[in-house]
Design a protein around this ligand. Structure first.
Ligand code: C5P
Length: 235
């Protein structure tokens, strides 16, 4: 079985991120570099993680005019990340430009294209937030609408909340990669994640990959926590 655990390296410095990555690497499938770490440590953190042999998910959630997003995706592909995120709300032309840039750049470099993941509705948003923006106010309807748009725009994966997995799997092909954060094992203390599933529940509901931060990075022994999750998935 492929290890589906992606550890969110939500840490402020490259030193801290690399130290943690080293500890948990034997028990996880990839590392997620998000805005905090990328803005403080720069593209070198991706190069250093890749140099250890790890796969990298660059979670910068691009959202801009299609040409700008395509150029950012080209740069990320050259940096050799295995996954990256864009906002589906940027529209079909932007999504298509991102996917095409990933495919074409990877082809030039003779590598597999990174998985361009669409972010539908941020889990921090609810019907009130959607109403502020105008248009659809039902979160599930909007998630479904953007997921369908991502598929017709050629994306091969989406980021979604664990509770959206069952509905998305009713109409998405099995090959569509679903990456889900909001994973909790029950062993950690309560934090700001409100809608969560356990790793096993999320995989059973159709997740392809699990983004796990604090249950591993905030554990007294991160390697032990990562191993326990991986063991629970293999059992
Ligand atoms: O620490 P925790 O397991 O909550 O980390 C989850 C990671 O997934 C964080 O990097 C967070 O930014 C990200 N994320 C999320 N919910 C989303 C999208 C991304 O928690 N809807």
């Amino acid at each position: 079985m492929r290890n589906p655990i992606i550890v969110a390296l939500d840490l402020p410095t490259a030193t801290q991120a690399l130290a943690l990555a080293r500890q948990v690497a034997p028990f996880v499938g990839a590392f997620k570099v998000g805005k905090e770490l990328f803005v403080s440590a720069g593209p070198d953190i991706v190069r250093e993680l890749r140099a250890t042999g790890a796969s990298v998910f660059l979670d910068l959630k691009f959202h801009d005019i299609p040409n700008t997003v395509a150029k950012a995706v080209t740069a990320a592909t050259r940096l050799d990340v295995q996954m990256l995120t864009i906002h589906c709300s940027g529209g079909s032309e932007m999504m298509r430009a991102a996917e095409t840039a990933a495919q074409n750049t990877a082809k030039e470099l003779g590598r597999p294209a990174p998985l361009v993941l669409g972010v539908t509705v941020l889990t921090s948003m609810d019907s009130k937030t959607l109403a502020e923006l105008g248009g659809e106010t039902d979160v599930t309807q909007q998630v479904e609408r953007l997921a369908r748009l991502a598929v017709t725009s050629g994306l091969r994966g989406l980021v979604c909340s664990p509770l959206e997995l069952p509905v998305l799997r009713t109409f998405l092909l099995p090959a569509m990669q679903l990456v889900t954060p909001g994973i909790r094992t029950g062993a950690e203390k309560a934090d700001d994640q409100k809608r969560t599933l356990s790793p096993q529940e999320a995989m059973a509901a159709g997740a392809s990959w699990l983004v796990i931060g604090r249950p591993i990075t905030g554990a007294p022994e991160p390697a032990k926590a990562a191993k326990a999750i991986w063991d629970s998935l293999r059992a």
